[in-house]
Design a protein around this ligand. Structure first.
Ligand code: SF4
Length: 284
């Protein structure tokens, strides 16, 4: 296999995996079933456009989403799956032109979001200094995922996403262990912080040194992580809703997504990995 991806290219690749709403047919505002909650003001059935969606697929309340009860819309991120489905899978065909296209496109969108989420994790893993064998396995996995994202609609709907996730999870876990153990070895006492799936809801961990901790699948809802050192922490699948990240250092945290960051609280002093941006609502 001649294809190889270097660390800088992988970083740029990961950075590019973000929504381009101008090239999407409003799929997240139409395809998904959303139940009314404090995150979304109304019940919206799958396949029905949100009443706030304009004919050019812009949101008519974009600047006031939080104030109007649509906080969840400022959190969601498709990793770029929306434009892939709109422009590649369906070749730029507007779902409003055909009921059949609409139904298929809305079913394909959630599948593509999951493929793109895996792509994001794998490209991030490739941006780390890992042993050559692992790098090779990650590269092969990346190629496989890329080819899946280019399948036609019918083949995408036939995919078993759970099965596809297994080898990906294994590679991400190996990457995480490698990176975290190299950091742990440099910390006096070599302490290991294993908080996988932990319940840290509302916990006060303000100012703590949590470098290289494993928070896979942990519940950090409303946890106080103000001024906390979270470098090299694995956050895959962690629930960070309303966690206080003001002044926290997440500059080298692993497997964080824009959605996790959008759902948390932070400020200008919060340091994020280079592929993520500070949500505009942090400023207010
Ligand atoms: S409120 Fe706006 S962003 Fe949210 S689903 Fe509706 S149109 Fe989309």
């Amino acid at each position: 296999m001649s294809f190889q991806i270097d660390i800088l290219t992988a970083r740029e690749y990961r950075k590019g995996l973000q929504a381009d709403c101008a090239n999407c047919f409003g799929l997240c505002c139409t395809a998904l079933h959303i139940v009314a909650s404090s995150d979304f003001a109304i019940d919206k059935p799958a396949g029905v456009p949100c009443p706030n969606l304009e004919s050019d697929f812009r949101c008519q309340i974009h600047s006031e989403l939080r104030g109007k009860g649509y906080k969840g819309c400022t959190v969601f991120d498709c990793f770029g799956a929306g434009q892939q489905v709109s422009q590649t899978t369906f070749n730029g065909q507007d779902w409003r032109e055909s009921k059949q296209v609409a139904e298929k496109m809305f079913s394909v969108f959630p599948v593509m979001v999951q493929l793109y989420e895996m792509l994001a994790y794998v490209t991030e893993a490739l941006s780390y200094q890992v042993p050559q064998d692992l790098h090779k396995e990650l590269t092969l996995q990346l190629k496989e995922l890329e080819s899946l994202t280019n399948l036609d609609a019918g083949s995408l709907l036939d995919l078993d996403i759970m099965e596809l996730r297994m080898p990906v999870n294994e590679l991400l876990s190996k990457t995480s262990s490698h990176i975290r153990s190299s950091i742990t070895n440099s910390i006096p006492g070599n302490r290991v912080l294993d908080y996988r799936g932990a319940d840290w809801i509302g916990k006060n961990a303000k100012g703590k040194d949590l470098r290289a901790a494993d928070f896979r699948g942990a519940y950090l809802i409303a946890a106080d992580l103000k001024d906390t050192d979270l470098r090299a922490v694995d956050f895959i699948g962690a629930d960070l809703r309303d966690a206080n990240l003001e002044g926290a250092n997440l500059s080298t945290s692993m497997f964080l997504t824009q959605m996790q960051i959008n759902s948390a609280k932070g400020n200008k002093q919060t340091k994020l990995p280079s592929y993520l941006v500070q949500p505009y609502h942090w400023a207010s």
